[in-house]
Design a protein around this ligand. Sequence first.
Ligand code: HEM
Length: 417
Amino acid sequence: MPNGEQARCPVQADFDPLSPAFLADPFAVLYALPRETPVFYAPSIDYYVVTRYADIEAVFLDHETYSAAPAQLPLVQLVPEAAQILSAGGHKPQPSMVSLDPPAHTRLRSPTARAFTPRRVGEMEPRIRATVDQLLDAVDPFAPFDLVSTLTFPLPATIIFSFVGIPERDWPQLKEWCGHRATLAWGRPTPEEQVHHAESMAAYRGYLREFVTAKAHARDDDFASALLAIHDEDPEALTHQEIASILYSLTFAGHETTNYLIGNVVRRLLEDPARWDAVAADPELISGAVHETLRYDPSVPVWRRVTKRPVTLGGVDLPEGAKLFLWLAASGRDASVFPEPETFDLRRANATKTLAFGKGIHYCLGAALGKLEAEIALEGLTRRFPGLRLVEGRELSFHPNISFRGPEALWVQYRTR
Ligand code: HEM
């Protein structure tokens, strides 16, 4: 960062979103920050942190000034060997639509939106219900169980992979690759880990290219086939390579986001058992519980942008090329938008105003599907386990990355023998 800019921008030398203290409780860090610095520079990551709702919303809505390019960039500088493996595997620094600006973004987003129809999402509902039932049927109600491995982790993967049309035998492999992807782009892996993750990434991309080629000759009623039908109309407008890139978006985006959303919903309800009991007694509260969790403790707490020109944001002059850490979780605690933001309110009137799904041209394509999964999961859980409680004395742990947050395990108990 040029010295002149640094002088004008507050600096928080201790702010490190991958430190154990931050991972354990990011809101404690937020509340310890000076209130008068809604934008500050964090040397630990070389990003400007943006905390206020209005500033983050303004960034999302102005894609002329703010590029999405760093959305999936590794947070750390990759060692040459890892970078080489990625580029040999056909991986680019802006690998899919969420980090592309128009017109490249529009080229991918338009066909995706056409194939990702409300009808297709609606048709997933019976499948989501059946999957929730099947996963919960396996639970012994008299023993403590980990809700993550039982339900929240397998559910979104099953739904998104079947939606796309990935053969079931390949699901475990894809799930593993997605885990590597999260650490590589949003964590702080060691050089050896980077190489390992990069190899997975190259294999993941190779798999999707071959999958598209094979699918072209074996169509079905799935999302990949719907994209191929759009390709047939005009092969130049949507190439097979672009379809593979879209699938690279979806097979990942529909995954940890939703796993962690459901984990966060259940955690925040059970933290105060009266909340759980209220939802169990009145299923009308389910949708409010999901929205309030997206505001209070979103599963995608941070998203990234970079300035394309010098600009003033939150009273701070930013140079061109300033990388922005948009702290979506902090925007949900902005009292100027959400009165009494520390109160978890199942009936909060404007909880849907949350920026948890972004805003503007990149607004999350899977928002409806993710929410539907969370609602159906919560419906199934509260119906079967109305008196569910957290198992006491279990510390929560969180995967060390900046953008996907939810408990790695959540131990709950229904009945004792
Ligand atoms: C349920 C929890 C979810 C959350 C909190 C979430 C959050 C987000 C966020 C913050 C963005 C970036 C928005 C921006 O840059 O303005 C995004 C984009 C995206 N999400 Fe989600 N997401 C979720 C679920 C899903 C699901 C289930 C899918 C797919 C089925 C999905 C697909 C996408 C795609 C394709 C984009 C990129 C859109 C674009 O660049 O135009 N998401 N999501």
